[in-house]
Design a protein around this ligand. Structure first.
Ligand SMILES: Nc1ncnc2c1ncn2[C@@H]1O[C@H](COP(=O)(O)OP(=O)(O)OP(=O)(O)O)[C@@H](O)[C@H]1O
Length: 450
């Protein structure tokens, strides 16, 4: 799988940090495969294998952990480099665990996935941004099926929804080891259902999901526009909640804002408790960095944590990625971690931030283009001639600035993050169906980038 995102990221890193001769001799000849939750690296000979193990394995493993939603094991072996023929999985599905469920899934009785034990409550840092979601998750984990059912957790990318979901699963598993728990990403739920339809194994599918004690379903927005799957999920949700079996759902947006999902289902999502996870403020980002560092036994001063937290604001996944980058850089260059090392390790990110367009600039450019006032973009006016430019400006702000959805919303007259998300989706859809919107977007985007 030469173009698997993990391997592409490793190749980028090594190409940047190693002299070309070393890169060509040691890294290029490797073959990278991923099978379930195991990465298999094949080196051309035992000498190369030993060298990879001693010098490069830790970076490969760190990159893999930061990109995959599970902690992979890595096997090194000697063999010939394979010339890839066909792509086995799409990059999107290949970074998901192949066997998502803790309980045996209907796909195959042999496929056992695992909850990731590191995604537990002890490793979850709380703050104003996630206090309510955290408290609700703890309560659900302590008394499943009896308080908030379903628990619906929503928020932007990389803000800890999966972490909370898995923490609930881990806690329930530890309290009741026999509980039948299933963690599944919505895309896998969809493909399980499609397979059940194709192979006419509906009963097996239904029986499996309806017999669970706990269903954890991640990123439910991915069942949008899949009518059959939605109907089936509606029945499962009803069956489980009526039997006081717990269901926890995560989503990138508030139930009513999800497009492409039947209203009876979105309304059902809100029957239990709906809680948000918001982007962390700088103090919380520092606390997360210190916690991640201590978890991986890395020595990180508060000054360095503050420096990273100040510059990486988009989400917690990016924050973790930056920390791993600093650590890898310090190891490679044998320099102890300091603010200077962090500056060097994150220089690309810092440079791209300097080049970034400001939200003010986007608002001014968009207002001039559509011959309206910036004040209109920030106002409560909802006429089409103002709404569309506002939505366009929000999408451009999302694409061209590092600001989070709530930060963009705040810059557009104190709007909610879900309004920004809705705006981005609307323009993205319009770009596909309407050539004028598409041309306007391209013109604005290019003029802002230059
Ligand atoms: N409050 C937190 N404390 C510690 N680590 C956190 C916290 N929130 C998120 N993380 C870490 O950040 C990373 C991304 O979090 P997670 O995968 O849960 O995000 P998500 O909201 O599910 O994102 P997506 O929408 O992309 O699925 C994970 O490694 C997770 O452990």
């Amino acid at each position: 799988m030469p173009d698997h995102p993990v391997w592409v990221s490793c190749l980028d890193f090594f190409q940047e940090s190693l002299p070309p001769q070393q890169f060509n001799s040691w890294i290029k000849p490797l073959t990278f495969d991923i099978v379930g939750s195991q990465i298999v690296l094949t080196a051309p000979n035992s000498f190369a294998l030993k060298l990879i193990q001693e010098r490069f394995l830790s970076v490969i493993s760190q990159r893999a952990e930061s990109l995959l939603p599970f902690v992979p094991t890595i096997e090194l072996k000697v063999g010939k480099k394979r010339i890839p023929t066909t792509q086995q999985t799409t990059p999107e599905t290949s970074i998901l665990p192949t066997a998502p469920c803790e309980a045996s899934s209907p796909k195959s009785q042999k496929e056992f996935g695992k909850l990731n034990p590191t995604l537990c409550f002890d490793h979850f840092v709380t703050g104003k941004a996630n206090q309510l979601a955290h408290a609700a998750a703890i309560q659900v984990a302590d008394t499943p099926g009896s308080v908030y059912n379903p628990l619906f957790i929503y928020g932007g990318v990389g803000l800890g929804k999966t972490h909370l979901l898995q923490a609930i699963g881990n806690q329930i598993k530890s309290n009741s080891p026999k509980a039948k728990v299933c963690y599944i990403h919505a895309t896998n739920y969809v493909s399980d259902w499609v397979k059940a339809v194709q192979t006419k194994r509906f009963d097996e599918f239904k029986q499996f999901y309806n017999s669970l004690d706990l269903l954890l379903i991640d990123d439910i927005q991915f069942i949008a526009d899949k009518a059959g799957t939605q109907q089936e999920f509606f029945y499962t949700l009803n069956t489980l909640t009526e039997a006081h079996k717990q269901v926890v759902i995560t989503c990138d947006t508030f139930p009513k804002e999800i497009s492409g999902i039947e209203p009876r289902l979105t309304s059902r999502f809100s029957w239990g408790l709906t809680v948000a996870v918001d982007p962390p403020n700088v103090e919380m980002r520092v606390a997360i960095l210190l916690q991640k560092a201590s978890q991986s036994k890395m020595s990180l001063g508060e000054d360095v944590a503050f420096f990273i937290a100040k510059h990486v604001r988009s989400n917690i996944r990016e924050l973790e990625g930056a920390l791993k980058r600093v650590e890898a850089f310090s190891r490679f260059h044998r320099r102890p971690i300091s603010v200077e090392v962090a500056k060097d390790a994150l220089k690309d990110l810092l440079a791209s931030q300097n080049k970034q367009v400001s939200i003010d600039n986007i608002q001014k450019t968009v207002a001039d283009f559509y011959r309206i006032k910036v004040a209109d973009l920030l106002s409560k006016k909802r006429t089409r001639n103002i709404t569309r430019p506002r939505q366009m400006a929000m999408l451009l702000a999302r694409e061209l600035t590092p600001f989070s959805l709530p930060e963009i919303g705040a810059a557009f007259g104190d709007r909610d993050h879900s309004t920004v998300l809705y705006a981005c989706r609307t323009i993205e859809l319009l770009k596909r169906s309407n050539s004028i919107t598409n041309a306007e977007y391209n013109t604005l985007s290019q003029s802002l980038r230059n």
